[in-house]
Design a protein around this ligand. Structure first.
Ligand code: HEC
Length: 127
């Protein structure tokens, strides 16, 4: 009886990854909850504590002309963000760019990183 109830619970609670992939808006939700306090994803939005991320996929590292980047990101200009690089970055931002000014604000779950990368790619150059 108890075992059946536990099994039912497991079946009703799909792993986070399946959930993020099933819901296309997941990336937007995660961005709103975990990134938007510092970043806007709308082109031309007023400054926040972090650079504007509208169109960041396909843009140079350190490529928001309105943002005063740390030396490590200024030094990485020439590299271009793509989705796999963004996902690697979010797994451990300081490991990719030691001395980064972003605090410990990566994403622990691979599914969350993929969802945010999809969201930012969809948002490429969008308003
Ligand atoms: C506490 C504020 C803060 C939070 C929260 C935050 N960031 Fe950042 N982020 C920054 C700052 C500041 C920089 C610039 C760092 C530097 O110059 O070293 C940055 C840089 C970046 C860059 C490099 C941008 C470029 O133009 O090269 C990306 C990509 C990025 N953040 C993505 C994210 C994502 C995605 C999230 C949410 C999971 C997030 N950040 C959460 C503050 C934040």
């Amino acid at each position: 009886m108890i075992r059946a109830a536990l099994l039912a619970l497991l079946l009703l609670a799909p792993p986070a990854q399946a959930e993020a992939e099933a819901r296309p808006e997941a990336g937007a939700d995660i961005f709103a909850a975990r990134c938007a306090s510092c970043h806007s994803a709308e082109a031309g939005a007023p400054p926040r504590p972090g650079p504007n991320l509208a169109g960041v996929i396909g843009r140079q590292v350190g490529g928001d002309p309105g943002f005063d980047y740390s030396p490590v990101l200024r030094g990485a200009a020439g590299q271009v963000w793509d989705a796999p690089m963004l996902e690697r970055f979010l797994a451990d931002p300081e490991e990719m760019f030691p001395g980064l000014w972003m605090g410990g604000n990566g994403l622990r779950q691979a599914a969350d990183r993929a969802a945010v990368a999809r969201f930012l790619r969809r948002n490429a150059g969008a308003h």
